[in-house]
Design a protein around this ligand. Sequence first.
Ligand code: AHM
Ligand code: MG
Length: 345
Amino acid sequence: MAAPRDVTTTEGARGTDGGAMTLSRHILESQRQQPRARGELSVLLLQLAFAGKIFSHALRRSALDRRLGPTGDRNVQGEATKKLDVFGNDTIVEAFARSELVAALVSEEMDEPRQIACGKRASYVLCVDPLDGSSNSDVNGVVATIFGVYRPARDVGAAATVAHVRSGRDQVAAGYIMYGPSTSFVYTTGGGVHGFTLDHDIGEFLLTHPSMQCPPHGPYYGANLANVQDWDEGAQEYIRHLTAGRDRANSLRYSGALVADIHRSLLEGGIYLYPADRRHPGGKLRLAYECAPLAFVLEQAGGAASTGTAAVLDTPFESIHQRVPFAAGSRDEVAIFERFIRERR
Ligand code: AHM
Ligand code: MG
């Protein structure tokens, strides 16, 4: 079992001049290290952080402002929509509605991609799950926003389209904003993973978890075990492996919000699973805006994310709401899960 690490070092929260390392400063300093960067990604990340602050504020007041409960509608996935799903989606749409950089916005809550810009600067496709962990929203549980920023190869001078996106490897940035006892902003642009905490008093995200590293193995596993009899034999066998023996060191943690479980794995090691089952023969979780962004974060932190048979980031995109089986977290734990799947195929 990995020894607990002190990740909340105050040194990490400071720049070289001793000043506080805000998210804006961190993003701009990272941009300066890339001589060819034009600042576009910085604009997008800061806009996501802005949307996160608005949503964080609204979530804290959601019971007081009567924003809890279902809307009575269903989304394209057939899931009952919550008022907070709609608010989260509207917040993101509004934050990017006038962006010249985003060609299309894909969201769990929208049937079709929203076309935003069509000029030659429109190089990005933004994929979001505005409210991960919807079932937690009415019970004051942890929820999150997941984002993947894709810059697909495209014709010179033309705007990007969703059809240009080939896989999660087309992401140039990804991360999540997690609304728990505190609000975290965790992101990568391919140069490691950095975690920030919102200081509500000053309205700034401050660096609290610099250069996050996912322990290669760890004690926690999270899955909806009510579905276990509907899983493939390999996945069932893996759970038996985790729960067998007298000296087992594993602990079950399943929060109802994928991001919260992945965040735990990132800090303390472990694995999150949502394999295919009878109700979800292709898996439940969506590739573009749930699995691929979290896979990019995990790989950048030394962790892994797999469909059971291939890396999530290598899975070709077929449609915007495409689902995949998902196993993600510590590198060694994911490798063991893949071995069980391979041996039982
Ligand atoms: P959501 O985006 O509608 O909340 O769906 C994704 C969530 C994950 O965060 C969570 O781990 C899983 O669905 C829970 O599903 P289940 O209730 O089937 O266990
Ligand atoms: Mg979701």
